[in-house]
Design a protein around this ligand. Structure first.
Ligand SMILES: Cc1ncc(COP(=O)(O)O)c(C=O)c1O
Length: 429
């Protein structure tokens, strides 16, 4: 008998359909807005200039002449696409150069470049973990980590975001699971911009015999003296087994990478399905990423890294002074030494808490109309009742532009609160 269930039925009448329709009708949908100009501190969106406070272009390198030149040269030399897997016809000298320089920069034996960061996570976790293993993940970890875990069918033990007592409990429980144990955390969490307490995490992993992988998507090209990420900043880069990063943020392109011991990277090269069964990245993306990496590693790197954090400090202080509730992460140990300082770490991600989903969409729209584009993060991207506007800065935002953004935030807050009641204030944080 033919089946009576249509697999397409779920696309009709699902729980978010009504909400999306209402948001679209009210002009409040913050997603799929079109950007009609290059990714710069001010962009053209839907016919108007808007200050871009929603990008991951932390170092502002997408419009850098040298990065554009790197992309153009790769395009001219290798063409528009490689039309095949890295295994077959998709490896160029550019890949090998990029992998060698990444490993050298990160101080590891080897590096592997994937077509996207998502594939780097999914392809690493889906390959290294077996169904008999246990993987312990922070509840705030990026979706690509969870996708890799699902692919692997390993036993997943999530722990509450950044709670070391919960991590320790998961590590103790995992001892009886019978397989290997891997802990995976984001170095910098993408929505709230807070940092994992990696000093505690490496100590716990060592004590319980677990391996550790850190996703440095928002840390590489941002944190640490050399821009290597949260693990470098916290002085534990040599104690993290695997580090993942992406070219889609500070490196102004698209692609992902994993660095670590040569034997592991080599194993990924011959076994990782999202490495083998997908086409290699377009040459222009690789050329741009390599040029951006060279800028980060050059004498100019430290000034760029300092500039983005200085802009973050300025915007966060400005929003706080206007009465917004700017979320800050919990303080973390700044190094493995017993007397290491404990401090809150600033990142280019400055989240403004709103709480209610509709209010967040309304505030997002008011700012958009005032010429400021932010990211609106609603559940499930954030916990229920924790809707926020995720703002982020670039090294290339200048002060007048940030001041104009702050003026818009000030004006909008006044009008918004008159119409919709108070937003969470800094006093409650
Ligand atoms: C923490 C984190 N990991 C991984 C990824 C995936 O990277 P990509 O955009 O290169 O696929 C992202 C980007 O969205 C991210 O924020």
């Amino acid at each position: 008998m033919p089946t009576s269930i249509d697999v397409f039925a779920k696309v009709r009448g699902h729980e978010r359909e009504e909400l999306l329709r209402a948001a679209r009708e009210a002009g409040l949908l913050p997603y799929f807005r079109t950007v009609e100009s290059p990714a710069l501190p001010v962009v053209e969106m839907e016919g108007h200039p808007r200050i871009m406070l929603a990008s991951n272009n932390y170092l502002g390198l997408t419009a850098d002449e040298r990065v554009m030149q790197g992309a153009a040269e790769a395009l001219a030399r290798y063409g528009t696409g490689l039309t095949g897997s890295r295994l077959l016809n998709g490896t160029t000298p550019l890949h090998l150069e990029l992998e060698r320089e990444l490993a050298e920069w990160m101080g590891t034996e080897d590096a592997i470049v994937f077509t996207t960061g998502h594939q780097a996570n999914a392809g690493t976790l889906g390959t290294l973990l077996d169904s008999g293993d246990t993987v312990i993940v922070d509840s705030g970890d990026h979706a690509s980590i969870l996708d890799g875990v699902l692919l692997s069918r390993a036993k997943m033990r999530p722990f509450r975001h950044n709670r070391m007592d919960k991590l320790e409990r998961a590590l103790i429980r995992a001892q009886d699971d019978g397989g290997g144990v891997l802990v995976v955390v984001d170095g910098v969490f993408s929505m709230e911009g807070d940092v994992a307490p990696l000093v505690d995490i490496v100590e716990l992993c060592a004590r319980h015999g677990a391996r550790l992988m850190v996703d440095e998507a928002h840390g590489a090209g941002v944190l640490g003296a050399g821009g290597r990420g949260a693990a470098e900043l916290l002085g534990v880069d040599d104690r993290v087994d695997l580090r993942m990063g992406t070219f889609s943020k500070s490196f102004a392109a698209c692609g992902g990478f994993v660095v670590g011991p040569a034997e592991v990277i080599d194993y990924l090269r011959i076994s990782s399905r999202s490495f083998l069964f997908t086409a290699s990245a377009v040459p222009a993306a690789l050329g741009a990423a390599l040029a951006a990496l060279r800028i980060v590693r050059s004498a100019e790197g430290p000034a760029l890294l300092a500039a983005v954090l200085e802009n973050a400090r300025y915007l966060a202080a400005g929003l706080h002074a206007l009465g917004y509730r700017v979320l800050r992460g919990e303080p973390v140990r700044m190094g493995p030494a017993p007397d290491a300082e404990v401090a809150t770490i600033l990142t280019p991600i400055i989240p403004v808490l709103v709480g209610d989903d509709w209010k967040a969409a309304l505030l997002w729209r008011a700012l958009y109309d005032a010429g400021v584009f932010t990211n609106c993060a609603l559940h499930p991207a954030v916990p229920p009742g924790r809707a926020l506007l995720r703002t982020s800065v670039m090294a290339t935002h200048d002060r007048p532009t940030l001041d104009r953004a702050l003026e818009a935030f000030e004006r909008v807050k006044r009008e918004f609160e008159a119409d919709h009641g108070p937003l969470p204030g800094p006093a409650e944080s």
